[in-house]
Design a protein around this ligand. Structure first.
Ligand code: HEC
Ligand code: HEC
Ligand code: HEC
Ligand code: HEC
Ligand code: HEC
Length: 383
């Protein structure tokens, strides 16, 4: 290698490490888009509080759905609680997990807009009950005393002020939280939890699909009992914890070649990579040959996951997840006996090692199962 090249490489690596050591815990930039609470919100006229529980007195079905969703658990989620402890209670986590200033015991501010300049002051208007509700109704619907929604026609008979906002038909509503922008020196184009960016490419984006189309299916019902039926959306947001949603992700086909079997796996159903978001998660597919004697032979296994180096410089070491519409082919020995090809799929929230570490060091308790089977002996057609 030429001497000048060696020196440049050395300086680039050294430069990156210096920047990171000065800034070890910064995981995203403090921008308008992310690390800021929604400013303090007053209770809209006609309502008793901002709490989901109180919206639920009238919007009973939506409330019941939301209550079972991860949005309702964004603050109480045992994995969040443990990881938050691990990160020394980093207040910026709460900007997405309890997004309203009303939900935060402290107010964050930064003169320079940078993380290392972050100051916090006590919040006199802190509402501890609202905090428990995580991504509560008000984080999407309330602004300056008005309840925003998706209806353009002015025929609402609501006991509270209502207005229409385009954002309900745009993925920007979701992207605010489902995207952690990357740092400029982090050796990657996309942030690590970049569901929003992943969804800008591929088949679904080309067809104009947005998050709501797959995560909030259409339903016709009254907004409150006794009111007219309207076209609205379910508030369940199924993701990696929903087997039904996971069963939508992959399609499979296989072809007998001369001396091997070529199995094609396509991400045909997720509008982003699968899994997406939280980098701990991974999906394992096991391809099994079932012969006439019901003997099972595991032919091949594949794990869709990321490996991330966090220190000293944060970068993605490997990532084999499929983008929306993308396929991969795995080749395996052609089985000798006649039989059928089946696939088993397992979704993993994290590895056992991570789980045990959270239990031992960060008081993880009452957690839910971290490994779940979502495909069991699904037949794969062989040409
Ligand atoms: C006292 C009952 C009641 C309470 C409490 C209530 N709502 Fe409503 N809301 C209604 C009714 C009634 C409508 C209009 C139904 C209709 O005309 O079809 C409505 C309409 C709406 C709409 C549609 C607005 C539009 O124009 O798109 C949204 C969104 C909404 N409410 C959200 C909320 C949220 C969030 C809360 C809690 C912060 C809440 N509501 C509390 C009764 C209530
Ligand atoms: C993560 C954001 C988000 C949260 C949290 C949320 N909503 Fe919505 N809500 C939406 C979106 C998006 C729509 C519009 C869907 C459409 O019509 O395209 C909507 C629509 C509505 C509507 C109009 C009727 C309908 O079904 O479309 C009502 C009423 C409503 N929400 C009430 C609530 C209540 C009550 C809560 C809390 C229990 C809540 N929302 C929590 C995003 C949210
Ligand atoms: C205010 C921030 C915020 C907004 C806005 C938001 N989300 Fe979320 N969302 C979260 C958080 C935080 C979680 C994870 C909660 C937890 O800790 O378990 C989550 C969880 C989810 C999940 C479940 C993930 C899983 O692993 O199963 C889905 C799906 C989802 N959101 C979709 C949406 C969609 C679609 C929208 C837009 C309509 C949206 N979110 C808007 C913060 C947000
Ligand atoms: C074409 C349908 C489709 C679109 C569009 C879509 N998703 Fe998904 N999403 C899925 C499916 C299917 C899954 C289950 C697979 C998975 O867990 O990755 C999923 C899972 C998720 C999860 C759970 C994380 C995980 O991997 O376990 C989150 C969070 C999520 N989506 C958020 C979003 C957001 C935010 C958008 C918009 C930027 C969006 N989705 C757009 C279909 C879609
Ligand atoms: C930019 C918004 C944002 C910030 C800031 C943020 N999160 Fe999240 N977090 C999310 C969203 C959205 C999800 C759910 C979708 C997914 O799987 O990525 C999530 C999911 C999680 C989960 C997985 C929950 C589960 O049940 O699997 C954990 C743990 C978590 N976050 C911890 C943290 C911690 C700790 C911090 C602070 C260091 C933090 N988050 C900061 C948006 C954010």
């Amino acid at each position: 290698m030429k001497k000048w090249l060696l020196y440049s490489v050395f300086f680039i690596i050294f430069g990156l490490m210096t920047v990171t050591f000065f800034n070890p815990s910064e995981i995203y930039e403090l921008t308008q888009k992310t690390a800021q609470f929604i400013p303090y919100q007053e209770i809209p006229e006609g309502l008793v509080s901002l709490k989901a529980k109180d919206c639920g007195v009238c919007h009973t079905e939506i409330y019941r759905e939301w209550k079972t969703s991860l949005h309702a658990k964004a603050y109480t989620d045992p994995f969040f609680t443990a990881y938050h402890k691990k990160d020394d209670g980093d207040p910026t986590c709460l900007v997405c997990h309890t997004p309203l200033e009303n939900q935060s015991p402290i107010i964050l501010s930064s003169e320079s807009g940078q993380y290392n300049d972050l100051k916090s002051t006590i919040n006199p208007d802190f509402d501890a009950e609202l905090q428990q509700e995580g991504v509560t109704c008000a984080s999407c619907h309330v602004k300056d005393g008005v309840i925003y929604g998706s209806y353009k026609k002015k025929d609402m008979n609501a006991p509270h002020p209502v207005a229409y906002a385009d954002e309900f038909f745009s993925k920007s509503l979701c992207q605010r939280c489902h995207e952690v922008p990357s740092k400029s020196f982090a050796l990657m184009n996309e942030g690590i939890c970049s569901t929003g960016m992943e969804s800008n490419r591929g088949v679904w984006a080309a067809r104009g699909y947005i998050c709501q189309d797959c995560h909030m299916p259409v339903v016709n019902r009254p907004l409150m009992s006794g009111f007219p039926s309207r076209e609205g959306k379910k508030h369940l947001w199924p993701g990696g914890y929903s087997n039904r949603q996971l069963q939508n992700v992959f399609t499979f086909k296989a072809k007998k070649e001369l001396d091997h079997l070529a199995i094609t796996i396509t991400n045909s159903g997720a509008g982003h990579k699968a899994p997406t978001g939280d980098p701990d998660r991974f999906i394992v597919l096991d391809f099994i040959w079932l012969d006439k004697m019901a003997q099972e032979t595991v032919l091949e296994s594949i794990e869709f996951k990321r490996t991330i180096i966090w220190q000293p410089v944060m970068f993605v070491w490997s990532d084999n997840r499929l983008s929306p519409g993308e396929s991969t082919v795995i080749k395996t020995k052609l089985p000798e006996n006649d039989g059928t090809l089946v696939v088993n799929g397992t979704y993993h929230v994290m590895t056992d090692r991570s789980l045990n570490r959270l239990k031992d060091k960060f008081e993880l308790k009452d957690e839910w199962p971290i490994h779940r089977s979502f495909l069991k002996n699904q037949k794969v057609p062989v040409e």
